[in-house]
Design a protein around this ligand. Structure first.
Ligand SMILES: *Cc1c(COP(=O)(O)O)cnc(C)c1O
Length: 346
């Protein structure tokens, strides 16, 4: 029985064409400045392409999404300044460094939200106190089953932030999945946010990296922050070129991943001992709630041992299934069959 790995889209491998492209790009020392860009021509080209695509003035390649978020937040905020986030936002729950008092030391103000969208009354009440420097957003929202914040909800939040003078940062690790689910462009989806981070190393299939985008002045500051964090690389065009290839050629195919996640969820939702909030299944993540005796890591271990299906832990009561370019329609059929069989016997 072959293994079906639904743990994460981070396991996506680069395509042969992408690797071929990466091998032949022109490169230079990106740590040496040429105007406000580095000397690596491929990194500069990739950053210009991303900036244009997102409707921002400039962009910057960074080695990871975690560093992208940290570069952005640490460019917006100084130590001790306050940023709005949420208890289960990836930046707060999984990355931690931004809010670690011994690292960036930005003070977290955790607010309630409904599937990633802050409640406007709670947000306004907090912004009124006048000490919020930054409001962080995440779209799609990882720990809420990959659900998307629709554009009108984004606009309501951005309008409040503008009124009270708070900057905005969007963690768009899977922004193409979100834009695709909403049927709008990433430019439309990110309009009005002061900075955005997105990963090329997840569903977009590049091996390494993320881009951040924002105003020219912001990206100039972000270059400085990236350098302090050790994220300024030398012949980075080899990597950034992979990112450029991914954005150009592989960002639209995430529609298949979204559709396959939906089909997977529909196929297993009524299986014994589990449930799925179907209206959260909008992108390539399926959050499955567990109700049987077997929970969390024990459930995952048993599923893998019995059926060779791998999934990812969220909490003791919920696990995650993720689709990506390596998962085909046949894999989905097979995964539905195996997960249903497992649920019947456990
Ligand atoms: C994966 C992820 C990140 C971090 O990206 P890395 O490249 O793994 O550091 C940030 N935010 C969200 C929502 C993610 O899913």
């Amino acid at each position: 029985m072959r293994t079906i790995d639904l743990r994460s889209d981070t396991v996506t491998l680069p395509t042969p064409d992408m690797l071929e492209f990466m091998m032949h790009v022109p490169v230079g020392d990106d740590g040496r400045a040429k105007g406000c860009k580095g000397e690596d021509p491929t990194a500069a080209e990739a950053e210009a392409y991303v900036a244009e695509l997102f409707g921002k003035e400039d962009a910057l390649y960074v080695p990871s999404g975690t560093m992208g978020n940290m570069v952005c937040v640490a460019t917006h905020c100084r130590r001790g300044e306050k940023a709005v986030t949420a208890l289960n936002m990836h930046m707060y729950k999984a990355e931690k460094g931004i809010f670690n008092p011994d690292l960036c030391g930005v003070e977290a103000v955790c607010l309630p939200h409904e599937r990633g969208a802050y409640r406007l009354d709670a947000l306004e009440q907090r912004l009124k106190e006048g000490d919020i420097k930054l409001v962080c957003l995440e779209n799609s929202y990882n720990f809420e089953g990959g659900c998307v914040i629709p554009r009108d909800k984004m606009e309501g939040i951005l309008e409040l932030c503008a009124r009270y003078g708070a900057a905005t940062h969007l963690d768009g690790a899977r922004i193409f999945n979100a834009a695709c689910a909403l049927g709008i462009s990433v430019k439309e989806l990110t309009a009005g946010v002061d900075s955005v981070q997105f990963c090329v190393s997840k569903g977009l299939s590049a091996p390494i990296g993320s881009f951040v985008a924002g105003s020219r002045a912001f990206i100039e500051g972000a270059r400085e922050t990236r350098k302090m964090l050790g994220g300024q690389l030398r012949q980075v065009g080899i990597l950034a070129g992979g990112g450029l290839y991914a954005v150009k050629h592989l960002s639209q195919r995430v529609a298949h991943d979204n559709a396959r996640a939906r089909r997977l969820a529909e196929g297993i939702q009524d299986a014994r001992g589990i449930s799925i909030e179907m209206d959260t299944v909008q992108t390539n993540i399926v959050k499955v709630d567990l109700h049987g005796d077997l929970r969390g890591r024990a459930w995952l271990k048993a599923l893998e041992e019995c059926e060779q299906v791998r999934a990812h832990y969220i909490t003791d009561d919920s696990i995650r299934l993720v689709t990506y370019r390596g998962i085909t329609d046949e894999d989905i059929d097979e995964a539905i069959l195996r997960i249903r069989r497992f649920c019947e016997t456990h």
